[in-house]
Ligand binder design. Structure first.
Ligand SMILES: [Zn+2]
Length: 153
């Protein structure tokens, strides 16, 4: 049997690569790179026996442990046979990622039209809203909690 076939058989019924696993492998890669940087710094500061060398050594161990932990987690997820549970985790991850992306898109949009719109939050529920600038004081009804308040534009 060829290697590809063997691999295919081995992966049957297993979760395989999904977006969460990709994310975990990327983060673990970044964390392990930082661990290498800290290990180099540890060596660099070692002769001085300073507090810095100690701090870098601790950081090295912490980042190394976290990086390996994420890598193990990533592999566990790929080879897991509990596909339903892994898919649920992946869906939750995608939902959170979407929320984070939307947050930054909103910030970007607010920065873009900062000259034409004023952004503010509902004082009761925190709902974000915007109004065209230069209209003076306006009375706002919150679209989420129907709270009425006055704000400057
Ligand atoms: Zn509100």
């Amino acid at each position: 049997m060829k290697f590809r076939e063997k691999l295919y058989r081995f992966m049957q019924g297993r979760n395989g690569v999904d977006e969460l696993s990709k994310f975990l492998s990327r983060v673990s890669f970044g964390v392990l790179i930082l661990a290498i940087v800290f290990s180099i710094l540890t060596v660099g500061f070692a002769s001085r026996a300073s507090a810095a060398a100690y701090v870098f050594r601790v950081l090295y161990f912490v980042f190394y442990a976290v990086g390996i932990g994420l890598l193990v987690w990533c592999n566990f997820r790929m080879f897991s046979r509990n596909v339903a549970k892994r898919q649920k985790e992946n869906t939750r991850y995608l939902y959170r990622r979407q929320k984070v992306r939307r947050f930054f898109e909103n910030k970007k949009q607010a920065w873009k039209d900062r000259k034409t719109y004023r952004y503010f939050k509902c004082p009761r529920c925190g709902q974000r809203m915007r109004a065209p600038r230069g209209k003076g004081k306006i009375r706002v009804t919150c679209s989420k909690c129907t709270n009425i308040f006055i704000t400057k534009t």
